[in-house]
Design a protein around this ligand. Sequence first.
Ligand code: PLP
Length: 375
Amino acid sequence: MGTTIFTVMSALANESGAVNLGQGFPDFECDPVLVKQVSQAMQEGLNQYPPMIGVAPLREAVAAKIEKLYGHHYDPQAEITVTAGATQAILTIMLAVVHPGDEVIVLEPCYDSYVPNIDMAGGVVVRVPLTPGTFRPDFDKIQAAITPKTRALLINSPHNPSGMVWRHEEMLQLQDILRPTNIVLISDEVYEHMVYEPLQHHSASSYPGLANRAFVVSSFGKSYHVTGWKVGTVAAPASLTAEFRKVHQFNVFTVNTPVQYGIARYMNDPKPYTELPHFYQQKRDLFRLGLSKTKFKLLPGEGTYFQCVDISELNVPEKNLGEAEFCKWLTREVGVAAIPMSAFYGNGFDQNVIRFCFAKQDQTLHKALERLAKL
Ligand SMILES: Cc1ncc(COP(=O)(O)O)c(C=O)c1O
């Protein structure tokens, strides 16, 4: 396995002094109140191993939040587990439920850890493309990919890299397709609080026929601007959670204590996540407005902090280099780092689309837009 494109592009951005709109992380600080809550937990001496499944106040806060937002009650003791971020959660799910030879369906393009995680569990990766251009799920293709060996299906809404958000009707359609099967659903919802008007997030937990078979994965890194803290949660029915925890206890065991207590206290205030869509919608609008004055063609930006663009109409010959080489050129010569969409496909499918991250200070976005305006 090679080094991920995110690491490669971030290193190149550093070397070239480029504005890094490649890897998905904010270039601004998180809420000082959150830092204070975590520091306070450390000062109170909450620094030793917590329970394997996560500290009770955090599991309770997460269960209460899910019930309020998505209408499904999870038992915090038996159905919520704290993880070292979503990446660890997804690997642990794979190791817990996928047996060698089991098929696991992924919808491409997809986050880069899914496929290696299935490989590590000995599973067989079954790739189903999202519809090129719109990145909407193609239910005929999903249905056609299901076989008696299908063990799990992975979905991700809001979607990285495209920013597409699943609609209520699509969740219902998925529920119908899965109803006659025993397929486990893995629903990666790390961008749940980044969905823009007039859309809203539809969690798998809101649909009884999905919730009863789903691992719902969330990440505080995304919601609270602390990607480096690597803390997330998995919500799943008790029987699935029991399997999950068998693996969790031996590959992570516990997640750091003071951060768990700090986040639990911070969650008493819903504002940081209820106001997040508005916060990021402004950044999305600023960035889209700037790009609309260039020859980059904007793709829909329904959710996440990513904006994809088509490069076919640019006035530079480098647009024909292929997405990956174009991104390297853009980083070195124009001074803005982006990620090629092809990095999210197993076969490197190239459709002249690249991804920018707009989780940046307005001044960073203006600087990038100034540079991109030259193309
Ligand atoms: C779709 C998706 N899932 C999971 C993750 C990983 O989240 P975490 O940092 O909590 O491991 C990311 C991070 O970029 C992501 O984009």
